[in-house]
Every structure is written in structure tokens, then in C-alpha cells.
Write a protein of this length. Sequence first.
Length: 197
Amino acid sequence: MDLFYEESAKAKNEAKKEKKYAVLNILSNVFMVIGILISIFFVLFIPDVGFMIFFGTGALTSWGMWFILFKWKNSTNVSYDYAIVTDEIRISKVVNTNKRKLVARIATEAIIQVGDVDSTSYDRFKADPNVKSVICTSNEEAAEDKFFMYILADYNGRKLFVLECREEFLINLMHVTKRTALDRDYVAQEKKKQQQV
């Protein structure tokens, strides 16, 4: 059975984070230009040790600042896309709505277990030193009508992926993976809300 289902987990305060990304982008570009100019002066004054030390220190500082700002901006406005495409799950990281990087392509047959992070199974998997956690959301709290779901899979070793999605994602996933993969303690999100009231 062919299936396609897609969802996105947008970062909260996206507009504010877009502005922060823009400022960091400008600053990183400024330090890159400064780094290039100082590096040119460094090369021009190679015979003079005093100038080499002066321009070398300036170049290293500028390139260091560029690197820090570049890394910082790429972690500022991050969202994630999740897609179920017939026999695999594709997870992509999206930086500032335009740079997309594939995080994982998980074959449905590699899925060991799926469920809610509010379960004892998740806590047990997370505590296992042989399982590596891969957080695929930027948010501390799930958006309205979403929850944090985990997927334990054999993916270059055992990995525990955490997604922020609607229950429909889990329902669609259960159409293409083995029924026994669903955590036995899983409680439907509507029922969970009723129990919390």
C-alpha cells in the first residue's frame, strides 16, 4: 500500500527567531569580510614578524567570531519536517525556512517501538547507554494538538528519535509498520487529556 503523509514542527516564536537569524547572519558576514581583509594584509606583510603577529591575531579572532556566529545562527530558527513515504520515515531539519538537511531516512522495518515520551518505556530507552537520542524538535513544549512521540529504531545502531507531531502521524505510521511496534502503554492523546483534567 502506497502512503504519503507529511507534518512540520515549527519553532515557537518563529518571527522573533527569523529576526535574530537575520542579525546573526549580518554579523557573521561582517566578520567574514574582516577576516578576509586581515588575512590579505597578513599575506602582504609575511617578511615583517611584528605585522605578521598583529594581522595573524586579528585574522584568527575574526575567523573565530565568524565561526561562532555562523554556528549560532544555524541553531536559531530551526524547524523539522517529517514525512512517511510508503516504507520509510524521512526527517529533515530546516534552518530559517530555506536550508533543508536530511537528518534520517528510517525504514519502517527498522522500527522497534513507537510511543509517547510520557511513558516508562521512553525513560528506559533514554537511560540505556547503547541507545543514542536524536531530538527532532526545537520546542520544549509541544504545540497545541501535538505531542512528543518517540521512535526507537535500528539506524546505524539503536537510535531514539523524538518528534513533535499530531496523533495522525502515529496512526499513519501504524499502517506501514508492524502492529507490535506500538508501545503497550500508549494512551490515545484525547484520552490522556481527559485523564489529566
